[in-house]
Design a protein around this ligand. Structure first.
Ligand code: ZN
Length: 283
């Protein structure tokens, strides 16, 4: 994930309201692919509720800055009168600029917002917006260690959970030797996918050692780099994904390391590469 120090959630002010208005246009252009919205004769999608963020209580607007650059925005609502009578928070809008996607920034922003507003959260996605559904399911599964409920409504899926999450049960800790087959490829542990090909998966590390930490694995079981034949197309496919992810990390963060461990250095006995950047998060 990107370094937390480089990320800022700045509450929108009256001075930055025009920035938010412009970001909402970009956001709605993305949504239009899924909801079929048309642009007005003036060339705007428009957003009916922007003023409400300055006039109504329980509405919170943030502009996401990453390394001093604008990287997105989020609109959060506190709804006192939910259908079941209980107050909860909702993500009214959430948008990360394209160049900042698929690096864990969106996940980090979402989790920072969950933490900032404790209590019940309900996050929803439009019925046809599959990328958003995949993103939120993975982020919420990660944040809550899988302790969330999903309900299907006429307006699309809704995930409900508590923030801060319940401490994960000890049984959730994985003690085996092939985390990738047993947890990731089986779907038991949800991950945020970065890249995927027919035979290869690249995803955000679930317990990152560096601020940027992506893992690349073959989807079939191969014990280690020493156990894959060097003349297979799978090795080419794996290295092509490693190369592509590494190039993106270098482009966005200036550098990275690419590591595969062997023998006693290798904890999980399934071939994997770590692609990392930034100062270690823990020793
Ligand atoms: Zn395996």
């Amino acid at each position: 994930m990107p370094p937390a120090s480089a990320l800022e959630l700045r509450p929108a002010t009256i001075d930055t309201k025009p920035v938010l208005r412009q970001l909402l246009e970009l956001c709605q252009h993305d949504y239009s692919q899924f909801n079929g919205a048309d642009i007005s004769q003036h060339g705007h999608f428009g957003y009916d509720y922007l003023d409400n963020y300055w006039t109504e209580p329980g509405r919170f607007a943030f502009i996401v800055h990453y390394r001093q650059q604008i990287a997105g925005f989020a609109l959060v609502r506190r709804l006192e009168q939910h259908a079941d009578g209980a107050a909860h928070h909702a993500m009214a809008e959430f948008f990360i600029l394209r160049k900042y996607r698929r690096q864990g920034l969106g996940s980090m922003v979402a989790q920072a917002l969950f933490a900032r507003f404790p209590g019940t959260w309900i996050v929803g996605q439009e019925p046809h917006n599959q990328p958003a559904q995949r993103f939120w399911r993975a982020v919420i599964a990660h944040y809550t260690s899988g302790q969330y409920q999903e309900h299907m409504t006429a307006d699309g899926p809704r995930q409900e959970f508590q923030s801060p999450p319940e401490p994960s049960k000890p049984s959730a800790a994985y003690a085996g030797t092939d985390f990738y087959c047993d947890q990731v490829l089986s779907g038991r542990t949800a991950v945020v996918t970065v890249h995927e090909t027919a035979g290869v998966l690249a995803f955000q590390h679930t317990r990152p050692h560096w601020p940027v930490h992506i893992v690349v694995i073959p989807k079939q079981h191969i014990a280690s780099l020493l156990d894959i034949s060097s003349d297979t197309t799978l090795l080419q496919e794996l290295l092509a994904v490693v190369q592509q992810v590494a190039a993106e990390v270098v482009a966005n963060h200036g550098g990275c390391h690419v590591v595969t461990n062997l023998g006693t250095y290798q904890d999980s006995k399934h071939l994997h590469w770590h692609i990392g950047a930034g100062e270690p998060l823990r020793s």
